[in-house]
Design a protein around this ligand. Structure first.
Ligand SMILES: [Zn+2]
Length: 232
């Protein structure tokens, strides 16, 4: 963990900044089931991390006024931009890792245009795939009009320059529970977390059961990034 400077804030204990990652039409059914399950758990604030052109497949672009775009908007949740294609040329998921600035700038611009077209709203935040990007992304995201971005454990409020530190990130693996068990010590102590649910997690209920345990036994609150940073 980085030491805290004057613009740095530690996210409060017992807080989870929660998101569903890889929101794309390819996972429509899984995402709808996940949203239903979260509703059943009483979790109502989380971010939809939306990838506008997932794996560069035309069939993965959102249709304007399509069923899925309208469904997502009807939930009243935050739509966050999550990469552009979520893939590097070599096929890795860490799309923005080591990406030069001019290419990041272009991908943010093109991705924003796709999201605005599909959802008729502008996302407030940008989160790169796997929370990995060069630090220069914060400046580029701010220039593109985003109000926050998250890299690793740090959530950058681009409006006031504050950095918000969480102690642990959990990126689910779809079918593998090992990442959560590594976080057990942190959660028993009540430390703040970022948790990214992936669409395929619903096929195996461990992550959703883990969220239920955080909420009901350990007293965690769940918030979208924008509800945390910019409470109304
Ligand atoms: Zn992702």
């Amino acid at each position: 963990m980085l030491s805290l400077g004057k613009n740095d804030v530690s996210v409060s204990d017992h807080t989870v900044l929660l998101s569903i990652h890889d929101v794309s039409p390819i996972y429509e059914n899984h995402i709808i089931k996940t949203c239903d399950r979260l509703q059943d758990l009483g979790i109502t604030s989380y971010s939809l991390l939306t990838t506008p052109f997932y794996k560069l497949k035309t069939s993965n672009k959102f249709e304007k006024k399509g069923f899925f775009s309208e469904y997502l908007q009807s939930l009243g949740l935050e739509i966050t931009m999550h990469g552009y294609s979520h893939q590097t040329k070599s096929g890795s998921n860490a799309e923005f890792s080591k990406m030069p600035s001019d290419r990041m700038r272009l991908r943010l611009k093109q991705g924003l245009a796709l999201i605005r077209n599909a959802f008729s709203e502008t996302p407030v935040g940008f989160i790169p795939p796997l929370w990995i990007a060069p630090n220069g992304l914060t400046k580029i995201a701010k220039e593109a009009g985003f109000a926050y971005c998250a890299i690793g454990d740090i959530v950058h409020n681009l409006r006031d320059g504050t950095k918000h530190d969480t102690s642990y990130n959990i990126i689910s693996q779809g079918l593998d529970f090992t990442t959560y068990t590594n976080a057990t010590l942190e959660t028993e102590l009540g430390g703040p977390l970022q948790i990214g649910i992936h669409p395929l997690d619903i096929l195996n209920n461990q992550l959703l059961d883990f969220l239920a345990d955080l909420k009901d036994r350990l007293g965690y609150n769940f918030l979208s990034y924008s509800d945390y940073l910019f409470p109304s």
